[in-house]
Design a protein around this ligand. Structure first.
Ligand code: ACO
Length: 177
């Protein structure tokens, strides 16, 4: 069984100190919340996402290219934040979520955070991990200056997001290519 890898040994998507300590401390001891790392492919990142939607195995090379183009390259402002919850016992991922920042020309060049792709492993659902992920992503969004944070979800997930402090507003439109 792979042993737990400390943050210092990982290539992280963004600085870990953007995740509030209060959310990290609210998790059980055996779980660790941190930014996505370039090697999380090997910790089951894509498999975890299959509880949400199709997430076919692209192979590590393509995964790494995607990670690298997502990681902020100074001086461009950081805009993409994926966090993961790791089970320390086997160094595998049990939760994941993303917030990305949209920089607008309205509202005095305001910033909006978009929450995307929240997934908690089936065996770990109902233990408040989803709630912690949303708390952490919302805090990151607000720390980065967003005046609001929004997301799209199914009707079935509305009660979950209400528990996380979100409210229903407007509707989603889509056109597939
Ligand atoms: N209906 C009603 N209440 C719910 C639901 C639901 N579908 N899901 C969670 N809750 C409630 C819980 O009971 C809990 O309430 P409590 O505080 O009174 O005990 C509260 O919401 C927090 O729940 P968590 O335990 O944090 O939820 P969990 O860790 O299971 O994560 C999630 C929820 C992310 C929806 C998970 O079930 C999952 O991964 N589902 C499959 C993928 C998915 O649908 N992802 C969200 C897509 S939308 C998006 O990505 C923006």
């Amino acid at each position: 069984m792979p042993s737990f890898t400390a943050d210092a040994e990982l290539d992280l998507l963004f600085p870990a100190n953007l995740i509030p300590d209060s959310v990290k401390k609210a998790l059980p001891q055996e779980l660790h919340l941190r930014p996505l790392s370039s090697t999380d492919y090997h910790r089951g990142h894509l498999k975890l996402l299959t509880v949400l939607t199709q997430a076919p195995d692209t192979g590590y090379e393509q995964y790494f290219t995607q990670f690298s183009s997502t990681k902020a390259i100074p001086p461009a402002p950081q805009s993409y934040f994926t966090i993961v919850i790791v089970n320390r016992a086997n160094d595998s991922l049990v939760g994941v979520g993303t917030v990305f920042l949209e920089r607008k020309f309205i509202r005095g060049l305001g910033t909006v955070g978009h929450i995307e792709d929240i997934a908690v492993d089936k065996s770990m659902q109902g233990k408040k991990l989803g709630l912690r992920i949303i708390e952490a992503l919302t805090a990151i969004s607000e720390r980065m200056g967003a005046y609001k944070t929004i997301l799209n979800c199914s009707e079935a997930n509305i009660p979950f997001y209400k528990k996380c402090g979100y409210e229903l507003k407007e509707v989603e439109m889509v056109k597939y290519a």
